[in-house]
Design a protein around this ligand. Sequence first.
Ligand SMILES: [Zn+2]
Length: 312
Amino acid sequence: MTPSEDSPYTTIDLNWSGRPKSIASVLIGSGGVNALIDPGPASTLETLRAGLQRHGTSVQDLDSILLTHIHLDHAGAVGALVKENPKLPVFVHEFGAKHMADPSKLLASAGRLYGEKMDFLYGHVLPVPRENLRPLAGGETVCIGNRKLDILYTPGHASHHLAFWDAHERTAFVGDVGGITVEGDTFIMPATPPPDVDLDLWNKSLDAILALQPAKLFLTHFGYQRDPAAHIARYRKKLSEWTALAKSLLESGKTEEEAAKEFVEAVAAETKRNVHTISEADHYIFNGGLYLSWLGLLRYTKKQKEKSQQTT
Ligand SMILES: [Zn+2]
């Protein structure tokens, strides 16, 4: 099915690491213009290519790329796409733009976290020429054919995170601001990787999204949520519970290694209790990157502690 003017948005399942409903890219087709929101990692480039073809288009036919943020699961493929289609403008938050032009820091920190699995998970990441980058700050509007997308600055998961708002569809494309929930589920798993996690900013970003009164949210991991207010309320609760757990483990006097193990085990057990099947639990636990989320919350909790010590 080619996206029509009634529904200019098509979900492309990138089938990341052979797992369906893990990472979604969104194809926008409006007025003869094609764009992608978050083309995904370089490791799923061929799946993306097949997805574009299935919907009657190709890398050559793309007119622009919009990035919610630059993490490799959302933006790793961009350099390769621009190499193939050098006219492609890439809309990205200004804080993330320099890391797209020179991904060495991004790759070094991902390499430390993923080690030898890096290539399998994320593939070969290429730099994006500076002339293709269109830095945004939030507050702008980007037109894709007949569609207008308002740009919202939504930090919390990442300091350079953007969300895209289609007022006509009343749909907000929120990247990772709304956590991990497969379309149709109510279970939510936070993704709180280092280094930028900030709960206050995150809650403010959720406020800003909610204030738009969206009819739908689109999550990269994975798909639409059709009751945004309920989803956001559940998600806020979950984020604060996870942060409290990380804080209590940190204050318990355990070594960081023990605390990490306990965090991962507690969250994995909670996941298994709250979904229907083992394979569903496995899906969330794998995609949630629990150890990574622990590291992000650990860093955030330590920063908060330092701040409170400075003010007392
Ligand atoms: Zn993500």
